[in-house]
Write a protein that binds this ligand. Structure first.
Ligand SMILES: C[S@@+](CC[C@H](N)C(=O)[O-])C[C@H]1O[C@@H](n2cnc3c(N)ncnc32)[C@H](O)[C@@H]1O
Length: 437
C-alpha cells in the first residue's frame, strides 16, 4: 500500500497524533501536534485507522527549541516541546470534546487554571536501572530503557538525588534488572520529594541481597530523609510489595498553604504540589457556595481534601481503601487541629452502603483513580437525597461517562474547571460541580 500524507490536527488521550483524511480518523504514535507527516497504514478499523509515522514532511509551527533531549525527560511528555499556549488550547479542547461527546453536553468553553511552572514540578518519579547500573526510564509502551542524564520535569530535590544516587550505584557496582531474562537486582527506584526539602527513596529489588555497605554509604550521603526497600521477585512486576524501613524518618511531610501532611511510602499524594493546592482551593470555593452540613469525601488518600474543607462543614466522612493512607490521615488531622472527620478505611463501593446519604444538606465529593466510579456508587447517590456533587478526575473519559449516568438521576453539570497538573503531557485534572433541584 502506498504511503499517505497526514496533517496532525490534535493529540488524543494517550498522546497519539490525530489526523483526518477523506472523512477517516487516523491515530499516529510519536507524531507531533501541527506537523505534516508521511505515514503508512498499520491497521484499518471501521471508524478509524492506525498509522505509523515514516518521516516528518513539514515541521510543526508550534514547536519550541527547548534544547531538551529525550534522556532528560525521564518519562512520557508528549507536549514537552510544544509552546505552552498551544498546550493549554489542546488540553481545554480535549476536556470539552470528551465531555460533549460522552456526556452529551454542549460546552463551548471551560475555566482552565494554567500551570505556574513549565518544568521542575513533579514530586514523584519511578526509575528503572539497566544491568550496568544506569538509571533509566521506560520508553512508551515498552520495556526498552532510555538512560537518563537528568530529569527536567522533577523538582530540584529529586534532580539532586538522581545525580548523587547514580554515583553511589556505580561506586558500589549495583546491578540493575533485565526485563528479558528476569535477572538482576535493582528493578525500580521510586523517589519522592516535598517542598519542605524532604526526600523519600524506595528500592524494589528482584531478590533478597545483602546491601549493608551500600545502605551505610547511602545513609551517610544524606540523599534521603526516609528510605525503604521492598522485594518483588515476580518477572516484570515493578510494584512495591512488603516494605522494610531501612533508615531515616518513616514518613515525609508536605505543606500546602497553612496545612501540613505526613505521607507514608504507599500513600497517594498528588504529583504537582502547587497545582494540586489549586484543585483543593477550587473545591473549597464550590463547597463554600453550597454551605453543606456534611461532606462525604470518597477516595480521600491522606485526607488532604477533607482537612482543607473541614472548616466548611459540621462533619466530614473520609473514605479511603489504603489503610496506611488512613493512618496518615488521622495523624494529619491532629497535626492540623481538625476534629470533625470520621474515617472509613474500606473501599468506597462497600462504604457507600454504610454511610448516611439522606441527612440534612450533604455534599458528596469524589476523587477516584483513572477508572472512575463504580456503578453502584452512582446508583446509591442517585437514589439518595444528595443534590450537590463535586467530582475531581484525572481522566476526562471516565468522568464524562459518570456525568452521563448522574444525569439519568436528574443531576446537571454546572461548572467544569481544568487544572494543568501534568504539564507537558496531554493530561489534565478536571473538577466538576453537579447539582439537581
Ligand atoms: C486520585 S487519588 C485521590 C486522593 C486524594 N483525594 C488526594 O487528593 O490526595 C485516589 C485515591 O483513591 C484510593 N482508592 C482507590 N481505589 C479505591 C476504592 N475502591 N475505594 C476507596 N478508595 C480507593 C487510592 O488509594 C487513592 O488514595
Amino acid at each position: 500500500m502506498e504511503n499517505i500524507v497526514l496533517e496532525i490536527i490534535d493529540i488524543d488521550d494517550s498522546g497519539r497524533g490525530v489526523a483526518k483524511l477523506d472523512k477517516m480518523i487516523y491515530f499516529v504514535e510519536n507524531a507531533k501536534y501541527g506537523e505534516t507527516i508521511e505515514a503508512s497504514i498499520i491497521k484499518e478499523k471501521k471508524s478509524f485507522i492506525i498509522a505509523e509515522k515514516i518521516k516528518t514532511l513539514e515541521k510543526s509551527p508550534f514547536i519550541e527549541n527547548t534544547k531538551i533531549n529525550k534522556n532528560q525527560l525521564c518519562g512520557v511528555y508528549d507536549l514537552y516541546d510544544i509552546e505552552y499556549s498551544k498546550q493549554v488550547e489542546l488540553k481545554k479542547n480535549n476536556i470539552i470534546n470528551t465531555i460533549n461527546r460522552i456526556a452529551g453536553e454542549s460546552l463551548t468553553d471551560i475555566k482552565f487554571i494554567e500551570a505556574d511552572k513549565r518544568y521542575g514540578y513533579r514530586n514523584k518519579i519511578e526509575l528503572k536501572v539497566s544491568l550496568d547500573g544506569k538509571l533509566s526510564s521506560f520508553n512508551r509502551n515498552s520495556y526498552d530503557l532510555i538512560n537518563i542524564e537528568n530529569c527536567v520535569m522533577t523538582t530540584i530535590e529529586i534532580s539532586n538525588v538522581i545525580e548523587k544516587l547514580q554515583d553511589l550505584i556505580f561506586k558500589h557496582n549495583l546491578k540493575g534488572y533485565d526485563s528479558l531474562t528476569g535477572e538482576g537486582l535493582l528493578k525500580n527506584v521510586i523517589i519522592r520529594s516535598t517542598s519542605l526539602g524532604e526526600t523519600m527513596g524506595i528500592f524494589v529489588l528482584n531478590k533478597e541481597y545483602n546491601l549493608r555497605k551500600f545502605y551505610i554509604a547511602l545513609e551517610s550521603s544524606n540523599i534521603f530523609t526516609s528510605f525503604y526497600v521492598s522485594i518483588n521477585s515476580q518477572k516484570n512486576n515493578y510494584k512495591i510489595k512488603d516494605l522494610v524501613h531501612v533508615f531515616g524518618k518513616k514518613k515525609i511531610t508536605e505543606q500546602l498553604g497553612d496545612y501540613r501532611f505526613n505521607i507514608s511510602p504507599k500513600a497517594f499524594f498528588q504529583v504537582n504540589k502547587n497545582m494540586s493546592y489549586k484543585i483543593y482551593l477550587q473545591s473549597q470555593e464550590y463547597i463554600k457556595s453550597l454551605n453543606p452540613t456534611v461532606i462525604i469525601d470518597l477516595y480521600s488518600g491522606v485526607s488532604t481534601t477533607s482537612i482543607i474543607l473541614a472548616k466548611c462543614a459540621k462533619k466530614i466522612v473520609s473514605v479511603e481503601i489504603n489503610k496506611d493512607a488512613v493512618k496518615d490521615a488521622k495523624e494529619n488531622a491532629k497535626l492540623n487541629n481538625i476534629e470533625n472527620i470520621e474515617w472509613m478505611d474500606i473501599s468506597a463501593e462497600r462504604a457507600i452502603d454504610n454511610i448516611e446519604l439522606n441527612g440534612e444538606n450533604t455534599v458528596a465529593l469524589f476523587d477516584p483513580p483513572r477508572k472512575g466510579l463504580d456503578q453502584n456508587i452512582i446508583q446509591k447517590i442517585g437514589e439518595s437525597k444528595i443534590n450537590n456533587l463535586i467530582y475531581i478526575s484525572c481522566n476526562p473519559s471516565t468522568l464524562a461517562r459518570d456525568i452521563k449516568l448522574f444525569k439519568e438521576y436528574g443531576f446537571r453539570l454546572v461548572e467544569v474547571t481544568g487544572i494543568d497538573q501534568f504539564v507537558n503531557t496531554i493530561e489534565s485534572e478536571v473538577l466538576t460541580l453537579l447539582t439537581r433541584d
